[in-house]
Design a protein around this ligand. Structure first.
Ligand SMILES: Cc1cc2nc3c(=O)[nH]c(=O)nc-3n(C[C@H](O)[C@H](O)[C@H](O)COP(=O)(O)OP(=O)(O)OC[C@H]3O[C@@H](n4cnc5c(N)ncnc54)[C@H](O)[C@@H]3O)c2cc1C
Length: 484
């Protein structure tokens, strides 16, 4: 005898799960949502907002982005290694999703770029404290309130463990409460939304080859350990590659004043352990590209280097590039920030009185770095014949002390794992849907091929909310049909 009964069980309460629960309930389904943690929101509580294409904000701001343009960009970027029908459905729904969220009380600041070369697709949620990290927690709260208003039963501190199947169809979900007591919920459809496995080093190693804390420094949201992916595989869903949603990591410097990462994330001289440049540093603004570039180096590390005159220039004139995450061009407390790093024993930041000493401290080939800096300083007088960096970003390194920050591969978590179709139905190796089983959000995010598509920012949360909605509407329709 089951402990609870519902038509649809949503496993997890991040943005994908909340959106799935709200949509399924709006479409008439009786829904239970179970969430492992004591609070809802998942990783998205740390983020700022979702992608939309063709929203009213973009129209008002005269931003030229259509579903056709975004879809073409996306498919080119991923070399068509993704499901074009699914991407199209997601993009087509995304503008209306902004209004759906507004109807439940979410407000938006507008549509923004993440970095200069990206498109303004990032719809940042308005808060009572201005723009900043954690803005999207306001969206999660509104989704949660709407779910409760619609009568969705929410069981917190209840972790999904297994999808129960009968005659090849979903018939229930087995979960455990905070004391480990089994909770059985009978249902006709289950939607898996557990946010990937970014907090599970073994899962990361097994699925991606990276070693957490050694050559991978991704955010690890407690509870996101790959549960849903394993449950889906066990229920017969096909395995598709799990990737790290890469975003470069500047070791330890998030704990320092923002001026420190802000200076060291500019398009400065960037070298590997051989003292060689590896890219046009202007592209560092795309944190996925930077993380990928670091992944391909010896010891998977790069170093961003500035001298004192460059820092003073940034202090006098503001930094070249700002983002909505690091939006303050004022870096006047950089030197105090470095002192703080020295006192707290930060291992990712280096200061030296000569290029040779800096190279030694960083473990870079000394002669090679001296030569690279000489060449680079020459390019600053003329033209970057090595990587064609634009003149405006070329500044010579001549005045001690010199500063460097280690840049390593990082990420927001994992994406992908469960094969789904355009209806967010989980599919087996034969591509046939498993009746009653759906997945959304990071667990089912097979959208980017090998690299997060940061040129359309807000993609990750945009996918979570929109895939949640798709799964919710499809599951509601499925259970309705089953009841007939
Ligand atoms: C610092 C940071 C900033 C970000 N900023 C942005 C941004 O501005 N825009 C953007 O597009 N993306 C952003 N992202 C990424 C975005 O937050 C994620 O893509 C999104 O949250 C994924 O949603 P999800 O619902 O799939 O998973 P999550 O939000 O991670 O939620 C997963 C939920 O599943 C629960 N759970 C896990 N296992 C179980 C289980 N067995 N049973 C029940 N519950 C379970 C977890 O407790 C969690 O609540 C950011 C990520 C980070 C880390």
């Amino acid at each position: 005898m089951a402990d609870y009964e519902a038509q649809v069980v949503v496993i997890a309460g991040g943005p994908s799960g909340l959106a799935a629960a709200v949509q399924a309930a709006e479409d008439g389904a009786d829904v239970i949502l179970i969430e492992k943690n004591a609070a809802i929101g998942g990783a998205a509580n740390m983020g700022m907002g979702p992608l939309a294409i063709g929203s009213k904000y973009q129209q008002r701001q005269m931003i030229d982005i259509t579903v056709e343009k975004a879809l073409n960009m996306f498919m080119e970027y991923t070399h068509y290694n993704v499901d074009g029908r699914l991407v199209k459905r997601y993009f087509e729904q995304s503008a209306e999703t902004i209004e759906w969220l507004e109807d439940m009380g979410v407000e938006f600041e507008g549509a923004y770029k993440y970095f200069t070369k990206s498109e303004a697709t990032w719809h940042i949620v308005k808060t009572d404290q201005g723009i900043g990290p954690r803005a999207a927690s306001f969206m999660n709260k509104a989704l949660y309130a709407r779910a409760q208003e619609l009568g969705v039963k929410v069981l917190l501190e209840t972790a999904g463990k297994k999808i129960l199947m009968e005659d090849g169809r979903v018939c229930g979900v087995l979960a455990a409460d905070k004391d480990g007591k089994e909770v059985e919920i009978a249902c006709k459809a289950a939607i898996i939304c557990t946010g990937g496995g970014g907090a599970n080093p073994e899962f990361i190693k097994e699925q991606t080859g990276y070693t957490f804390g050694v050559d991978m420094f991704n955010f690890a949201i407690p509870g996101n350990v790959g549960d849903g992916i394993k449950m889906a595989w066990e229920a017969g869903a096909a395995k598709v590659p799990v990737r790290i949603e890469q975003a470069a990591n500047f070791e330890g410097i998030d704990e320092l004043p923002q001026s420190v990462p802000n200076v060291l994330m500019q398009p400065n001289l960037l070298v590997n352990k051989f003292g060689k440049r590896v890219m046009d540093e202007e592209q560092m603004q795309n944190t996925t590209y930077l993380s990928n570039a670091a992944s391909h180096q010896k010891d998977r590390v790069l170093f961003s280097i500035v001298d004192t005159s460059i820092v003073k220039d940034y202090i006098r004139n503001g930094v070249d590039e700002i983002s909505m995450v690091r939006f303050d061009p004022d870096v006047s407390d950089f030197f105090e920030g470095v002192e703080m790093a020295e006192k707290t024993g930060n291992k990712g930041l280096f200061k030296a009185d000569s290029i040779e000493e800096l190279a030694e401290k960083c473990g870079i080939d000394v002669d090679a770095l001296v030569e690279t800096v000489d060449d680079y300083n020459d390019y600053c007088d003329g033209y970057d014949e090595e990587f064609f960096k634009r003149k405006k970003y070329l500044r010579p390194l001549t005045k001690a002390p010199y500063y460097a920050a280690a840049v390593r591969p990082g990420g927001y978590g994992t994406v992908g794992g469960i094969r789904i179709n355009e209806n967010c139905e989980c599919c087996g190796d034969d591509f046939m849907p498993i009746p009653g089983l759906y997945a959304a959000g990071a667990d089912a995010c097979n959208l980017y091929d090998d690299s997060y598509m940061f040129l359309l920012p807000g993609n990750s949360m945009g996918w979570a909310v929109n895939s949640g909605r798709i799964a919710g509407m499809e599951a509601a329709e499925y259970v309705d049909g089953e009841d007939d």
